[in-house]
Design a protein around this ligand. Structure first.
Ligand SMILES: C[S@@+](CC[C@H](N)C(=O)[O-])C[C@H]1O[C@@H](n2cnc3c(N)ncnc32)[C@H](O)[C@@H]1O
Length: 373
């Protein structure tokens, strides 16, 4: 760039080339409007650049249990360092970073306490477990170009064993581990799903890939007249049986241990939900699953897809960054837009596609469809 004249370029003007020219930046910095724009851009670029470090600071606050300790009582850095067995001068740095990120605050008496945001993390069901499990994702993101090059066995694909095995023999222990993680974060997903897809006039809902039944527990609590079926891998079913029994709704749910890849889905439900299921799988598997859902529903039966979705033509700052790379690191899935999911539902035969505006795209988005009469 440096040898080229700043003005007198060939038309059309390329804004990106102009802004990428260090002499343009120097000129802009001398003008009031240009100066504030340059500062804002600089700040935003720095925020992107330090995002990984900020996320790891949050990870450390969760992993060391500092957030929980500060919820119990405000404390000084040296007392906290002693309690968690780390050098005091390093804990001081961690706490200062937590204050800078507005997760913590430092009181006049020198003790640290939770700030509102730090307290909110503890108030969101499952968020601490989500933050802790990001360790596997961040390990994969440590070499993003290798990830983009793919396909490699990743930490995340090991965390979600059905991804590598296609559902065969995931092992009861790992099924329990991932089902528990999903269950913990289900409350928010269920709330947003039910707001966007009210389940009025339904008799029986079949939750396919329903995990340990956390979604059905929320739904059945809200809808006393509803019965349900839960389809998931045989290794997951014992956790579902236990959760549904604890919730006192075991008699309202039929458990169906089966892979949705093997044979038809059970009939009898007038609606099917797929909550955080499609984004785990490639297009061929999703097409086959949607065709099975279509076959299992009666005419007029409803399909509800709920998961974080790409912004499509207007990339979403949450789903097109975090979830797009997360599903890439899992290995088989991808973050699809509501438009793409609707197209796939239409290909399977569904009509009356609806895509309500998501309330929190980082929690979930919803697509609903109907099997024609
Ligand atoms: C990301 S979890 C979502 C669980 C639950 N729907 C939720 O939102 O909490 C995906 C679920 O799909 C299930 N699953 C994956 N492959 C499957 C298969 N081939 N057949 C049936 N279930 C499967 C997993 O066992 C897991 O419970």
């Amino acid at each position: 760039m440096s040898g080229a004249p700043l003005m007198g370029r060939a038309w059309p003007l390329r804004w990106d080339r102009l802004v990428a020219d260090s002499r343009f930046q120097a000129l802009a910095a001398r003008l009031p409007f240009g100066r504030s724009l340059a500062r804002r851009d600089g700040r935003a670029i720095f925020d992107i650049l330090q995002g990984f470090v900020a996320a790891q600071v949050l990870g450390a606050l969760v992993e060391t249990g500092l957030l929980r300790r500060l919820l119990a009582a405000p404390a000084r850095a040296d007392a906290l360092a002693l309690a968690i067995g780390l050098p005091p001068e390093r804990v001081e740095i961690l706490l200062r970073a937590g204050v800078a990120l507005r997760l913590l605050k430092r009181r006049r008496d020198g003790r640290h306490a939770l700030a509102r945001r730090g307290a909110a993390i503890l108030g969101v069901p499952g968020l601490e477990a989500m933050i802790a499990h990001n360790r596997a994702f961040y390990a994969d993101m440590a070499d993003p170009v290798a990830l983009l090059r793919g396909p490699e066995e990743t930490e995340l694909s090991r965390f979600w064993p059905y991804v590598l095995s296609g559902g065969d023999g995931v092992g009861r222990e790992s099924a329990e581990r991932y089902s528990d993680l999903m269950a913990q974060s289900q409350v928010l997903v269920a709330q947003d799903t039910l707001r966007q897809a009210p389940l009025a006039r339904l008799r029986c809902l079949m939750d396919v890939g329903g995990g340990s039944g956390a979604f059905l527990s929320e739904v059945l609590r809200a809808r006393p007249g509803l019965s349900a079926m839960l389809v998931d891998l045989p290794e997951v079913i014992p956790a579902a049986r236990a959760r549904l029994a604890r919730a006192g709704i075991a008699d309202r749910v039929t458990l169906c241990p089966q892979s949705f890849r093997d044979g038809p889905l059970p009939r009898g439900a007038d609606a099917i939900s797929l909550v955080r299921v499609l984004y785990d799988h490639d297009d061929a598997s999703v097409r086959a699953l949607l065709a099975r859902c279509f076959a299992a529903l009666p005419p007029g039966g409803r399909l509800i897809v709920s998961e974080p979705m790409s912004g499509g033509d207007r990339p979403d700052p949450a789903t097109d960054v975090y979830f797009a790379f997360y599903t890439m690191a899992m290995g088989t899935g991808c973050t699809r837009s509501a438009t793409r999911i609707s197209e796939m539902c239409r290909e399977a035969g569904f009509t009356r596609l609806r895509r309500p505006r998501p309330q929190r795209s980082f929690v979930t988005s919803v697509v609903t469809a109907v099997k024609p009469d």
